[in-house]
Ligand binder design. Structure first.
Ligand code: FES
Length: 163
């Protein structure tokens, strides 16, 4: 697949991202930060019983990450629906980003960030390729702004509330 095709698929995914946002009734949540770029991603997972198996009902995410991370998280949350924990854990970053096609080497860590957040949510154990970012109870913006400024790659500006 050409770079242009990949860019188009990423563009399409972020133009209409799926499963974005906090899940208030989630069974588990995982938050990770990339040691490569400082981006962050949080994933929520809800389970259900289906034919006697406990499977992922749905997964959602929030991120302070690049377009590739958003695109991968979007397709990954769709891919893991209906899978057991074991099946979802068997998926690598490459599996989770497969609908987008092969990522260039410099973007592989973006898919690993998604894999790390999913693993963290499914097991409660941080992924070896992405650092955990406690506390899990804080909002993603609180976790992000609690980090030293020199570890951040994104500047967040909060808009004042409309009166
Ligand atoms: Fe860091 Fe994509 S550049 S997650």
């Amino acid at each position: 697949m050409s770079d242009h095709d990949l860019q188009q698929k990423i563009h399409d995914a972020i133009a209409n991202p799926k499963n974005i946002g906090e899940m208030t009734d989630a069974d588990s949540v995982g938050t990770v930060g990339s040691p490569d770029c400082g981006d962050m991603l949080r994933m929520w997972v809800k389970f259900k019983d289906e034919d006697g198996r406990r499977v992922i009902d749905r997964a959602t995410f929030q991120t302070f990450g690049c377009e590739t991370a958003i695109a991968v998280a979007s397709v990954a949350t769709e891919l893991v629906a209906g899978k057991t924990v074991e099946e979802a854990l068997s998926m690598s970053g490459a599996d989770l980003s497969a609908p987008l096609g092969a990522l260039p080497p410099m973007k592989i860590h973006c898919a690993q960030l998604v894999e790390g957040a999913l693993r963290s949510a499914l097991t409660g154990v941080p992924s070896p390729m992405a650092a955990p970012l406690p506390p899990q109870t804080a909002t993603l913006i609180e976790s992000f702004t609690a980090r030293p400024e020199n570890e951040r790659t994104v500047k967040v500006v909060l808009k004042p509330k409309a009166s």
